[in-house]
Design a protein around this ligand. Structure first.
Ligand SMILES: Cc1cc2nc3c(=O)[nH]c(=O)nc-3n(C[C@H](O)[C@H](O)[C@H](O)COP(=O)(O)OP(=O)(O)OC[C@H]3O[C@@H](n4cnc5c(N)ncnc54)[C@H](O)[C@@H]3O)c2cc1C
Ligand code: SF4
Ligand code: SF4
Length: 395
């Protein structure tokens, strides 16, 4: 789009949670480094170890015309756990972050991880690789745990122990007291009054993350809701020229969503700077299975990605589920059914009895001549991927 872009990041290296959160055995750093190098080659300037403490002052000093905030959610959510002075209680974000430093975290041998999300599982699997005996304690059942079931399964395979329906009642030096829970009629976990004591050299709290919004003090019109920045469909906050996305705005917290926000915000920033109307957020309905004609597609079983053997999974940070080769990646791309998106198979063009469909050339898709179309719906019925909608005509 031709703009000069500068990224200011408080960390020593770029990548955010992809470097300081997601463990290496799930995201090898050489892959991440190559992606970042590709962005730098486009001319984006990275200013690292450059924490922004006062956004208003920083914008003025740098003469920036627009800003995109993508500060994530890196503050560990605290929960009150009664703990003696000698208890070794840490938080998950700090433990995972320290894996990128020179010194590994001091966890001890018996590590209790408190929480049931993906971050808890990442800490437990990291601790296992460091030689510890991790135990995940979570107050709900396995089925109700927010972590992906396959990640729980992989952790169990690697030797991580789990205690479902359990809560930490007290942490002390070398041990914790766990209270068993049970589900009430509405399915909520409630205490039972039954306790057990478990050895623990450290307790790692993995209870979610929040955004540090201190640097936004003094920015008027920037509205916050439940600790997140409120943005409109163009990703702009209530403050003109200040856009935001990723984990710091409401919505799903994952890399795909954060990248999508960045892309949408870039288009909006371009329009805003040029004084054009903001591109409207696309409101497309999902293409459901029912609107596909699956028999048009050949069977193509999915590729099996190689997995590291168990012993190396337990003792190294090598990638567990390995990537695809160029050949298998191309094969996988060909399995895409292009749900809801025309892939120019020419079916509709071939079946239309009234020659109402006009080809616009490769990559340009089709136009429908409504002077000729009698609304028979054959094209929509025969489209393999559900790319054509029949809309009643308003007379
Ligand atoms: C342990 C863990 C595992 C995860 N696993 C997955 C996964 O497998 N798949 C997936 O899709 N998602 C995963 N996620 C979620 C994913 O990492 C995030 O959704 C994504 O990284 C959000 O991107 P972001 O740019 O909003 O924030 P972040 O990635 O958090 O990046 C924020 C950046 O802003 C910088 N920053 C913050 N404050 C300031 C400031 N004041 N000044 C300057 N710089 C600042 C930080 O240094 C950081 O580089 C995981 C998250 C965690 C914690
Ligand atoms: S609805 Fe019928 S006439 Fe109209 S474009 Fe489709 S196939 Fe052709
Ligand atoms: S709209 Fe459907 S049937 Fe027509 S060319 Fe595209 S994918 Fe094929």
């Amino acid at each position: 789009m031709g703009h000069e872009v500068c990224v200011r990041d408080g960390a020593k290296a770029a990548g955010g949670m992809m470097r300081y959160g997601i463990p290496k055995y799930r995201l090898p750093r050489e892959v991440l480094d190559k992606e970042i190098a590709r962005i730098a080659e486009l001319g984006v300037k990275f200013e690292l170890s450059r924490e922004v403490t006062d956004l208003a002052a920083e914008m003025k000093e740098g003469g920036f015309d627009a800003v995109f905030l993508g500060v994530g959610a890196s503050l560990a959510r605290r929960a009150y756990i009664p703990a003696g002075d000698a208890a070794h209680v840490l938080d998950a974000v700090t433990v995972l972050r320290s894996m990128e430093g020179e010194e590994q975290p001091l966890l001890g041998r018996r590590v209790v991880v408190y929480g049931g999300g993906n971050t808890a599982i990442d800490v437990a699997r990291t601790a296992k690789r460091l030689g510890a005996e991790p135990l995940v304690v979570y107050r709900r059942t396995r089925e109700r745990a927010p972590a992906h079931q396959f990640e729980i399964e992989e952790a169990i395979e690697e030797g991580v122990h789990m205690k479902w329906l359990s809560t930490i009642a007290h942490a002390d030096e070398g041990e914790i007291r766990i209270e068993k829970m049970k589900l009430d009629e509405s399915g909520r976990p409630v205490p039972t009054g039954e306790f057990e004591t478990v050895s623990a050299d450290s307790v790692v709290l993995a209870l979610g993350q929040e955004t540090n919004l201190k640097f936004l003090e003094g920015i008027d019109d920037l509205q916050m809701e439940n600790g997140s920045a409120v943005v409109d469909g163009s990703m702009m906050t209530g403050c003109p020229g200040i856009f935001a996305g990723g984990d710091m705005v409401p919505g799903e917290r994952n890399v795909t969503v954060a990248i999508g926000h960045g892309k949408r915000a870039a288009r909006s920033i371009d329009a805003w700077l040029a004084g054009r109307p903001m591109p409207a957020a696309e409101e497309r309905q999902p293409a459901t299975f029912g609107c596909l004609n699956t028999w048009y597609y050949a069977d193509a079983p999915k590729s099996v990605r190689p997995q590291l053997d168990l012993v190396r999974r337990q003792t190294t940070f090598d990638e567990v589920v390995q990537g695809l080769t160029e050949q298998t990646a191309l094969f996988e791309a060909r399995r895409c059914m292009s749900c809801g998106n025309c892939f120019e198979c020419d079916n509709c063009y071939g079946v239309c009895p009234d020659n109402a469909i006009i080809k616009l050339g490769p990559g340009k898709k089709f136009r429908i001549n409504y002077e000729y179309c009698k609304g028979c719906g054959i094209c929509a019925n025969e489209c393999p991927c559900g790319a054509i909608d029949m809309v009643p005509e308003s007379i």
